[in-house]
Design a protein around this ligand. Structure first.
Ligand SMILES: Nc1ncnc2c1ncn2[C@@H]1O[C@H](COP(=O)(O)OP(=O)(O)OP(=O)(O)O)[C@@H](O)[C@H]1O
Length: 606
C-alpha cells in the first residue's frame, strides 16, 4: 500500500525541474521587489528632500519602470509555472486513477459507489489544482522573498528588522493552526461530496425500482440529507476561511503599525534615522507582510487541496488493497505481472506472441482451483477439471451454487485464491490479458449496450475497424437483421443510454453478433433464465451452435435443450463440483440432477 502523501511526493518529484525554475524566478522576483523599493526611495529622496530637478532623476525613474515591468513579468512567470505544474499533476493523477480503475479486478469494480469514484476522479483531482497553482508558488515566494527583504531591512535599521522578525512567525503559526482545522474539514467535505454523488447516481439508476416500491420519496429525502451534509461541510470550510482572512489581516495591520510607529519615533523624536532609510523600510514592510499574508490564503487552499489529494490516494490505495486481498498468493503474482505488463510491451512478454497466433479452440484446465470473494464469504472449491479443445460444456446447479463465479474464473475476470487455470497447458495468469480477451467472447444475460449506434454496438466486438458489410453479415448470423430493418434509422439508430431501448432477447442477439465478428476460440455463455419467444429461442440456438462449432464453449445452462446437447455437464452444488458427465450418465447416477431435469420439464423449460 502507498505511504501517506506519497502521491503528493511522487507528483512533486515529477515536477522537480519546474520547482527549481520556480525557486529562481522567486529569487529574481525578490530582487525586483527590493530593487523597486530602493529606487523609489531614492527618487522620492532626491525629488522631495534634496529638491533635485526631474531631469536629474530621469535615469532612476527609467530604472524604476524597468524593475516594475520585470516584477510584473516575474510574477506572471511564477503563476504560469504554477499552472503548468497543476495541469501536468492533474493529468497524471487522473490517468493513474483511470488506469487503476480500468485495471481493477471485477471485485474492486463492484466495491464502493460508482458515483463516489466518479466524484473522486473528476472533482477531487480538479481540487488538487490549488496545491500546485497557488500553494507551491506562494510557498516558494514566502521561503525566499521575505528573507531578502529582512536582510535588506537589517542592513538599514536593526530595530525594524527585529520587530519584523519577532512578529512574522505569528502568521505561519496562525496558518498552521487554521490549516490543521481546514484539512479535516476538507476531507469531510470530500467524503460528503462522494456520498452525495453516490446516492444520486444510485437513485438515478434505480429510479424505476424505487418508484415501484414507493421508495422514491424516501430516496429524495436521502439525497436531501446528503446534499445538506455537503453544504454544511462546505460552509464549515468557508467559515474557517473568512475568519482566517480577518485574523491574518489584523495581525498584518498590527505588525505594520508597530514598525511604522517605531520608525516615526526614530525619525521625528530621536532623530536617529534619515528620511531615506525610514521611507525605504516603510516601503518594504507592507511587501514583507503581504507576502506572508498571501501565503496564508494559499495555505488554506493548499490544505483543501491536500484533503482532495488524500481522497485520490485512498481510491488508488483501495484498488491495490483489493487486488492484494482478493488474489492472495496467486494474486500477488498476477499483480506483479500486471505491473510488469505496464512497463513492457505486452507482445514482448514470453507466451504472448505464440498465444496471439492460435486460432483453434484451446483446451482449458482448472488445477485445484479455489476462490473466495472475501474471507468468510461464499467458497468455491471445484478441484481439478479439464475441458478438451472444442468441447461443449454445460454448467448446471441451483441458484447461488457458484456457476457464474466459475464462469468468471474461466474468463479471467476473477483470479483464483489458490490453484490455477491453464489454457493449452499454460497458466492463464502468464498469458497477456489483452491477448487472451482477444480470443474470448463472454455473452452475459444482460450484455451492456453502449451509447452509440446499433452498428457501432455490434462493431465493438471486432476490436478492429470493420466495414458495414461485415456488421450486417454478423447481424444476419445472429438473427438481428430483421430487428435492424425495423429501427427508424436502421443500423444508424442510436441505442443504449439516451437512445432507443432494446429488449432482453435483442440485447443477447446483439452480443452474439459481436461474437460473430470476433469469431472467438472460447465462448462463455450465461444462458438467459427468462423465457424467450420460440422464434428468438430458435435463432439464438442456431447462432450459438454455429459459433460453437469453432470454439470451446462453456455455458451456464438453464435450458434442457442446451444441457442435453452438451458434450459434458458439470453439476455444481454449494461451490463444489458434485459430478460431471453426459446427460444420460448424470440421469443414471445423480438424484439431484434428475430432480432438476424433472423440475425443468414441469416448468416448460425444455
Ligand atoms: N461480488 C460478490 N461478492 C460476494 N459474494 C458474491 C459475489 N457475487 C456472488 N456472490 C455469492 O457467491 C455465491 C455464488 O454466486 P454465483 O453468482 O456464482 O451463483 P450462480 O450459481 O451463478 O447463481 P444464479 O444461477 O442464481 O445466477 C452466491 O452465494 C452469491 O451470493
Amino acid at each position: 500500500m502507498r505511504g501517506k502523501s506519497s502521491l503528493l511526493a511522487e507528483q512533486m518529484s515529477a515536477q522537480r525541474k519546474r520547482l527549481i525554475l520556480l525557486g529562481f524566478t522567486s529569487l529574481a522576483l525578490g530582487a525586483a521587489i527590493t530593487g523597486q523599493a530602493v529606487l523609489l526611495a531614492e527618487a522620492v529622496e532626491r525629488i522631495f528632500v534634496q529638491r533635485s530637478s526631474l531631469a536629474s532623476v530621469s535615469g532612476i525613474l527609467s530604472a524604476l519602470l524597468g524593475v516594475m515591468a520585470a516584477r510584473t513579468l516575474l510574477a506572471y512567470g511564477n503563476g504560469r509555472i504554477g499552472l503548468q505544474m497543476a495541469s501536468s499533476a492533474k493529468t497524471s493523477m487522473r490517468a493513474e486513477v483511470l488506469r487503476k480503475l480500468s485495471n481493477a479486478s471485477m471485485q474492486m469494480s463492484l466495491r464502493g459507489q460508482t458515483g463516489g469514484k466518479v466524484s473522486v476522479a473528476l472533482d477531487a483531482v480538479d481540487e488538487a489544482d490549488g496545491y500546485f497553482s497557488q500553494y507551491m508558488p506562494r510557498m516558494m515566494e514566502a521561503a525566499i522573498i521575505p528573507v531578502l527583504i529582512l536582510i535588506m531591512v537589517f542592513t538599514q535599521h536593526m530595530n525594524s528588522g527585529w520587530i519584523m522578525l519577532v512578529t512574522a512567525p505569528f502568521i505561519p503559526i496562525f496558518m498552521i493552526l487554521v490549516g490543521l482545522q481546514t484539512k479535516n474539514k476538507s476531507e469531510e467535505k470530500y467524503a460528503q461530496l462522494a456520498k452525495l454523488s453516490g446516492t444520486f447516481l444510485d437513485s438515478l439508476q434505480g429510479l424505476v425500482s424505487l418508484k415501484l416500491f414507493g421508495r422514491a420519496r424516501r430516496q429524495q429525502q436521502e439525497i436531501e440529507r446528503s446534499s445538506l451534509g455537503y453544504r454544511d461541510a462546505t460552509m464549515g470550510i468557508l467559515r474557517i476561511a473568512f475568519t482566517n482572512t480577518f485574523m491574518l489581516e489584523s495581525i498584518v495591520m498590527l505588525s505594520i503599525g508597530i514598525v511604522a510607529l517605531e520608525l516615526a519615533l526614530q525619525l521625528l523624536v530621536f532623530k536617529s534615522l534619515s528620511f531615506h532609510k525610514a521611507f525605504l523600510i516603510l516601503l518594504l514592510v507592507p511587501e514583507f507582510y503581504s507576502l506572508l499574508k498571501n501565503t496564508g490564503t494559499a495555505f488554506h487552499g493548499g490544505r483543501t487541496s491536500m484533503g482532495a489529494i488524500r481522497k485520490v490516494e485512498e481510491l488508488l490505495a483501495d484498488s491495490s488493497e483489493a487486488v492484494a486481498l482478493t488474489y492472495g498468493q496467486a494474486g500477488r503474482g498476477n499483480t506483479d505481472k500486471m505491473q510488469q505488463s505496464e512497463q513492457t510491451d505486452s507482445a514482448d512478454r514470453p507466451g504472448s506472441a505464440d498465444w496471439r497466433t492460435i486460432r483453434t479452440p484451446p483446451s482449458i484446465e482448472l488445477r485445484d482451483v479455489r476462490f473466495r470473494y472475501a474471507p468468510d464469504s461464499f467458497k468455491l472449491a471445484v478441484g481439478s477439471i479439464s475441458f478438451g479443445a472444442g468441447e461443449q460444456i454445460a454448467i448446471v446447479g441451483r441458484s447461488g451454487s457458484g456457476k457464474t463465479t466459475l464462469l468468471h474464473l474461466l474468463a479471467g475476470l476473477l483470479k483464483p485464491t489458490s490453484g490455477e487455470v491453464l489454457i493449452n497447458g499454460r497458466p492463464r495468469a502468464q498469458i497477456d490479458e489483452a491477448a487472451w480477451f482477444d480470443h474470448v467472447s463472454y455473452i452475459t444475460q444482460h450484455p451492456y449496450i453502449f451509447a452509440g449506434t446499433f452498428a457501432e454496438n455490434i462493431a465493438i466486438g471486432a476490436g478492429r475497424e470493420v466495414s458495414r458489410g461485415e456488421v450486417v453479415e454478423a447481424a444476419q448470423a445472429a438473427g438481428l437483421a430483421a430487428v435492424a430493418d425495423e429501427l427508424e434509422l436502421g443500423y444508424d439508430t442510436p441505442v443504449g443510454e439516451g437512445g432507443r431501448g432494446l429488449s432482453g432477447g435483442e440485447k443477447q442477439r446483439l452480443a452474439l453478433a459481436r461474437a460473430f465478428l470476433k469469431r472467438p476460440a472460447v465462448i462463455l455463455f450465461d444462458e438467459p433464465t427468462v423465457g424467450l419467444d420460440l422464434h428468438t429461442e430458435r435463432v439464438l440456438q442456431r447462432s450459438i451452435a454455429e459459433l460453437a462449432s469453432s470454439a470451446t464453449m462453456i455455458t451456464v445452462a438453464h435450458r434442457l435443450y442446451t444441457i442435453r446437447h452438451a458434450d459434458r455437464i458439470l453439476y455444481m452444488d454449494d461451490g463444489v463440483l458434485l459430478d460431471s458427465g453426459s446427460h444420460e450418465e448424470l440421469l443414471a447416477r445423480l438424484p439431484k440432477y434428475v430432480e432438476m431435469v424433472n423440475a425443468q420439464w414441469k416448468g416448460g423449460y425444455a
